[in-house]
Design a protein around this ligand. Structure first.
Ligand SMILES: [Zn+2]
Ligand SMILES: [Zn+2]
Length: 128
């Protein structure tokens, strides 16, 4: 029972760290942040809790092409910009283009449910 409570405390901590961040942190980053307050947490705990949070639909994971999964508490569809120099990942506030899905449907006949777009380039800090 005691272990169970500690697990859910860890999970809530992990959730609040992800929710409090707009930078789409990796598991390693989350682990470092949790460990500051809960030194007994292990990397395995962090991965397990992340999986559960994803299953519960409270967070989502994304791969920007660097092979590392990044997490965020924004679970509605949105586009991302990724800086190729400093690895900044930022949300783009732009409506999802439903037309794209319809275009692909009419081209292929496939049942398209959603799409994802990542924009790559240089952020304002790295542009100069
Ligand atoms: Zn940058
Ligand atoms: Zn995002």
């Amino acid at each position: 029972m005691k272990t169970e409570r500690r697990t859910s405390e860890q999970r809530e901590k992990i959730f609040s760290i992800i929710k409090g961040s707009t930078s789409h942190p990796s598991a390693q980053w989350i682990y470092d942040a949790v460990r500051k307050e809960m030194p007994s947490v292990s990397m395995g705990n962090v991965y397990r809790n992340i999986r559960i949070l994803i299953e519960e639909g409270r967070i989502q994971g994304m791969d920007t092409g660097d092979g590392i999964e990044h997490y965020e508490a924004v679970t509605s569809p949105h586009y991302h910009f990724i800086c190729e120099k400093c690895d900044l990942i930022t949300d783009i506030s732009m409506p999802i283009m439903d037309k794209l899905d319809k275009k692909v449907i009419s081209k292929t006949g496939f049942k398209v449910k959603r799409h994802r777009i990542e924009f790559y380039g240089l952020c304002n800090n790295c542009r100069e």
